[in-house]
Design a protein around this ligand. Structure first.
Ligand SMILES: *Cc1c(COP(=O)(O)O)cnc(C)c1O
Length: 371
């Protein structure tokens, strides 16, 4: 098995030399002509059952060759058999919940905190699921015969709290464990190695990496992937081919971007911990490009005072992004639940980019003085 950096550049592109092209072909077709409609009928039956039939797809909602390259590459980086791409991270979360419901299991057990909209989707029961919120310690007691999914993020958005995936997977037994790996990326953590069955990404973040493409992806075994493709075909949350192209391009630099940003983030986390205007710093044991910290003063004043850092929600871009979870990314979560999960009103989440560390520190230090 070649190294991750090598696979990040070559996965999903193994046939390019034989095709005689260097850049990945971008296929924007919504439909695919065929003079053999009897064969097409057979292929539609296969696609409808969730299979990946060789050859061209029939229709853009069934599959797309450019998107399939991205899926293949991400599956390889996560060490999974297959991956299924969606229009956004939330479309990917929705498909995973629907997959559980489709198997007659409406109960989901989840560990807070999770991304604000995931929290909202689970808590609202919009897709017919019923959630039990629990802690890793109380997981066993929360499982029921109708539990179809255990849902966890690690490091979690926005507190960066980490859970022991292997311990959780063992408690889950036969119940599939879903790990939202958006924050760690396969560069820092491959959850399947520790017993997770389903790995989810908001591809909008580090996989794309430049703040200009929305997407989601689920890496898993062939059985779950088939079900997710059926759901995607029926509900239509497909990834646009151009997004697939950009995400595949993003993967090639993922290890370098995450490595460089993580090195800068660990320096900033140390300096923030020693800053008089900072009460607490949360930096994962795993490392990574995200730093969360609690300010002594007004968090809004800090956000308003940065000049180099971009005051914006989202994360995983080449530039450093800073936001106030209680106001933005986790606004939709009930305040009591938010506070219970450690998302205090003074918490700031920062996604470190590729700028020079001294330039970033200069900006953060002057902004901290303002708050
Ligand atoms: C952003 C995010 C999502 C949702 O992804 P979208 O692409 O915005 O739909 C899900 N999980 C985590 C951890 C996220 O940060």
């Amino acid at each position: 098995m070649t190294a991750l950096r090598t696979r990040a550049v070559h996965a999903g592109r193994e046939d390019l030399t034989d095709l005689g092209v260097h850049a990945v072909p971008l296929d924007l077709s919504t439909t695919y002509p065929s003079r053999d409609s009897a064969d097409e009928a057979r292929r539609i039956d296969e696609f409808a059952a969730g299979a990946v039939a060789p050859g061209m797809p029939v229709y853009g909602r069934i599959g797309n060759p450019t998107v399939e390259r991205f899926e293949k590459a991400l599956a390889e980086l996560e060490g999974c058999a297959e991956a299924v791409a969606f229009a956004s991270g939330m479309a990917a979360v929705s498909a995973c919940l629907l997959s559980s419901v489709a198997q007659g299991k409406r109960h989901v057990v989840a560990v807070r905190p999770v991304y604000g909209c995931s929290d909202h989707l689970l808590g609202s029961g919009l897709l017919g699921t019923e959630v039990t919120w629990t802690t890793p310690e109380d997981l066993a007691a929360a499982l029921r015969p109708d539990t179809g999914l255990v849902f966890v993020e690690t490091p979690a958005n926005p507190t960066l709290r980490e859970v022991d995936i292997a311990a959780l997977a063992e408690t889950c037994g036969d119940v599939p464990l879903l790990v939202d790996n958006t924050f760690a990326t396969p560069v820092l953590q491959r959850p399947v190695r520790h017993g997770a069955r389903i790995v989810l990404h908001s591809a909008t973040k580090f996989l794309g990496g430049h703040g200009d493409v929305m997407g989601g992806v689920v890496a898993c075994d062939a059985e779950e992937a088939g079900r997710l493709r059926q759901i995607r075909f029926a509900t239509g949350g497909v990834l646009h081919p151009l997004a697939g192209y950009l995400l595949l391009r993003g993967l090639s630099t993922l290890p370098l971007r995450v490595g460089a940003a993580a090195a800068t983030a660990s320096v900033l986390a140390e300096r923030l911990a020693a800053h008089p205007a900072v009460q607490a710093v949360h930096y994962p044991r795993l490392g990574g490009p995200l730093v969360a910290f609690e300010v002594d003063g007004d968090p809004h004043a800090l956000i308003g005072a940065v000049r180099l850092v971009t005051p914006a929600v989202s994360l995983g871009s080449v530039d450093t992004l800073i936001q106030h979870p209680a106001s933005i990314s986790h606004r939709i979560v009930d305040a009591a639940d938010r506070h219970g999960a450690g998302v205090t009103d003074r918490l700031i989440r920062m996604s470190v980019g590729l700028e020079d560390v001294e330039d970033l520190w200069y900006d953060l230090d002057q902004a901290l003085k303002a708050c």
